[in-house]
Design a protein around this ligand. Structure first.
Ligand code: ADP
Ligand code: TRP
Length: 328
C-alpha cells in the first residue's frame, strides 16, 4: 500500500490556504492509504519562537488538524520533535545535500530578502529536514500546495542520490499530490500573491463569522469589468476562492454577471463571506470542543508518537545498514 505524508509548521493558526492546499486532500486520502500527518515544530524554530509560546503553538495546531477532520486512528498524527529518528536522518541527508542546490531554492532566496537579519543554517537546510520528514516513512505521495513543489523536487534528488551512492533501493521518489490535478495556490484577499501566515492576508480555519465578513468585505477589488479586457488579479482571486468554497451554480451566476458587466462586487463579497462561513462553521465548532480537552490531545499525541517511531525506526535501520553502520 502506498504511503502518504504531509505536515504543516507550528506557527500561527491554520488558514484556508493550508486547508484547501494540503489538509483537505490529506483528509480525503486517510482511509485509503498508509497515512502520516505531522506538526513541523522543528521547522518552526528557524524564526526563534518564544519558549513560552512553543508548546501552545503545537497544541493549537494539533487541535486544528483534528477539527479539520484528521482521524488519529486511521492515520498517524504526530509531532515532529517526538520522533528523533527524523533528526538523525536529517544529519545523514545533510552529507549528500550540496550547499549550491540549497542556496538556489526559491524559498531560501525569499527569506534572504524578507529577513536578512536571520539567515541561519537551519533555513538553508530547511529542504533537507523536509526531505527527512518525507523519506523517514518512505512516502510516495505528499499532498501540499503549489509553493512546495520545489522542495519535493529536491526530496527526489536526495532520495535518488542516496540510493545511487549506497547502491540500494531504500527510498521511493515521492511526488507532490492533488488527485491528478494541478497543485493549488489559494490567493490572499489583498489582491496579489498567495494566502499565507507571514503575509497576514488570510482567513483562519477558526475565525468568527463577524471577522470573516469584515475581511472579505474589505478585500481589494477594481473599478469594475472593462469589456474586452481580461479579469484583473484581485477579482480573479475572489473567484478562485469562491470556486473552492461555493456551489458551482453560485460561481456560474457571478461569472455570468461579470461577463454581462452587471456584477456588483459588494454582492459577490457578501456571497463569498457566507459561503466561507458555511464551509468553516463545522470545523470551528469541532475545534472549540477539542481544544480544551487536554486528555484527548495527550492521548492523540502519545498514540501518534508510538506509531510514527515504529515506522521511522524500520527505515532508519535500513538507512544505517546501507551507510555501513554495524554494531560491535
Ligand atoms: P504558510 O505558507 O501559511 O506559512 P505553511 O508554509 O506551514 O503555511 O504551509 C503548510 C501547507 O499549506 C503546505 O503544504 C503549503 O503548500 C500549504 N499552503 C500554504 N499556503 C497555501 C496557499 N495559499 N495555497 C495553497 N496551499 C497553501
Ligand atoms: N515546508 C512545509 C511548509 O512550509 C511544511 C513541511 C515540513 C512539510 N515538512 C514537510 C510538508 C513534509 C510536507 C511534507 O509548508
Amino acid at each position: 500500500m502506498e504511503t502518504v505524508l504531509s505536515g504543516i509548521r507550528s506557527t500561527g493558526n491554520l488558514h484556508i490556504g493550508n486547508y484547501l492546499g494540503a489538509l483537505r486532500n490529506f483528509v480525503r486520502m486517510q482511509h485509503d492509504y498508509r497515512c502520516f500527518f505531522f506538526i513541523a515544530d522543528l521547522h518552526s524554530l528557524t524564526t526563534h519562537p518564544h519558549p513560552d509560546d512553543f508548546h501552545g503553538n503545537v497544541r493549537r495546531i494539533l487541535a486544528q488538524y483534528l477539527a479539520a477532520g484528521i482521524d488519529p486512528e486511521a492515520s498517524t498524527l504526530y509531532v515532529q520533535s517526538d520522533v528523533p529518528e527524523i533528526t538523525e536522518l536529517y544529519l545523514l541527508l545533510n552529507m549528500i545535500a550540496y550547499t549550491g542546490e540549497l542556496e538556489r531554492t526559491t524559498t531560501f532566496k525569499d527569506k534572504i530578502r524578507l529577513q536578512p537579519g536571520n539567515i541561519n543554517a537551519g533555513l538553508l537546510t530547511y529542504p533537507v529536514l523536509m526531505a527527512a520528514d518525507i523519506l523517514i516513512h518512505r512516502s510516495h505521495k505528499v499532498p501540499v500546495g503549489k509553493d512546495q513543489e520545489q522542495h519535493l523536487e529536491l526530496t527526489r534528488v536526495f532520495a535518488r542520490r542516496f540510493n545511487n551512492l549506497y547502491q540500494c533501493e531504500v527510498f521511493p521518489e515521492p511526488v507532490a499530490f492533488n488527485f491528478g490535478e494541478e497543485l493549488i495556490k489559494v490567493p490572499g484577499l489583498d489582491g496579489s500573491g498567495k494566502m499565507g501566515k507571514s503575509e497576514g492576508n488570510g482567513i483562519y480555519l477558526v475565525e468568527d463569522p463577524k471577522s470573516i465578513r469584515k475581511k472579505v468585505m474589505s478585500a481589494v477589488t477594481d473599478s469594475g469589468p472593462v469589456p474586452g479586457q481580461p479579469m484583473s488579479e484581485p477579482i480573479s482571486n475572489l473567484f478562485t476562492i469562491l470556486s473552492l468554497v461555493a456551489a458551482p451554480e453560485t460561481v456560474r451566476f457571478f461569472e455570468e454577471q461579470y461577463a454581462a458587466g452587471t456584477i456588483r462586487y459588494g454582492d459577490l463579497k457578501k456571497q463569498l463571506s457566507e459561503d466561507i462561513i458555511g464551509f468553516l462553521t463545522p470545523i470551528r465548532e469541532r475545534y472549540l470542543s477539542i481544544e480544551s480537552d487536554s486528555d484527548y490531545l495527550r492521548k492523540v499525541a502519545a498514540l501518534g508518537k508510538d506509531k510514527a517511531r515504529e515506522s521511522a525506526r524500520a527505515t532508519l535501520d535500513l538507512v544505517r545498514s546501507a551507510v555501513g553502520f554495524k554494531s560491535f
